[in-house]
Design a protein around this ligand. Sequence first.
Ligand code: HPA
Length: 336
Amino acid sequence: MSSSLRKLSHGGMIGPCASSNGSNGTNGSISNGNGHPKSTDLGKFGNLENPYNFEIISESAQYIKDRMNIKPEIAIICGSGLGSLADTITDKVEFPYEEIPHFPVSTVAGHAGKLVIGHLSNVPVICMQGRFHFYEGYPIWKCSMPVRVFKLLGIKLMIVTNAAGGLNPNYSIGDVMILKDHINLPGFSGINPLCGRNDERFGLRFPPLNKAYDKSLRTIAKEVAKELKIDHFFQEGVYTMVGGPTYETVAELRAMKLFGIDAVGMSTVPEVITASHCGIKCFGFSLITNVCITDFDAEEEASHEEVVETAHMRQNDLKEFVTRLVPHFEKQIQRS
Ligand code: HPA
C-alpha cells in the first residue's frame, strides 16, 4: 500500500479533494500526516468529493477477503440498539473497523464498530455492527463507504435496519416499519453520497431510485412477519433521514408530515443510495422507538434513552425476524 493511501485509514476526516482516478489533488497527498487535509488540498468539490476511489475500496475488500473463509451473499447493517443481531451469527470471523485499511471508525456509544462474517440460518452473511452517521462529522460519502466494500466482496443484497421516530399517527412505539421508500432530505441541499466524480465501475452517473426498496423482498418480509405472528406490529411506509444530532422541531416534523413521511431517523439513506448505485438490492426496516412530537404544547421530549430502551425491548423479535428472513432472501437472490 502506498503511504499516501495508508493515510486514509483509521478515523479522522479524509481530505476532500482526491479524485476518483487516483490522483490526490495538487501535490499527490491526501493528508498532512495528522489526518487533516492540507489547505492546498481543499479542491473545488470541497466536502462533496469522495476520495475513496475504486483502488482504495479494493484494498479494504482485499484485506477482508484474505482473512475470511466463506463468501458472504447478504450484508446486514445493524441500527441503534440492534447490534445484538450479530450475536446470532455462527462460525464468526470479526474485523474491528480500526483493523480494516481505510475504514472509518464509529464514535457512537452502543455501536461496537466491527464487521462480523459468518452464517445466519446457514446463509453466509456479513454484518456491520455499528454504522457511520453524518452527525458524527463524517462526510456523507464516508457514511456509506462500507457498502462499496460489500460490493467488492460480492454482496448481492443488503438489509438495513435503524431506529426511527414515528410520525404517522397510526404508528406506536415498538412497531416495525418496512421501508417502502425514502426521502433524502439532506439531498435537497445537495448532500448525496454520489456527488462528485462518478466511477462507472460502481455504477451509473445518474442512477434511478424508484425501485430502491425491492418490492419482492418487501412481500417476503410481510409473509415472514405473518409466519412469526408478529405482523400486528408491522407497518410499511416512507422513511426520511435528517442530519441530526438534534431531534426535530415541531415545525420540521409538521413539514415532514406534509411530505408524506411516516418515520424519521438519522441514517440508512446514504447506504441505500450507494447500494442501489452499485446494483445491490435493498431491504430496510425501522424500529419505531419514539413518537414524534407534533404538538407545540406537548410536555414530552424526544430522548436517546427512550430509543435505546425500545430497541432493547424488541431485540429478540427482530433477531428472530432477520434470522428467518435471510434464507428466503437467499433464494430470491438465486432466482434473480
Ligand atoms: N428523530 C430522528 N432520529 C431518530 C428518532 C427521531 O425521533 N428516533 C430515533 N432516531
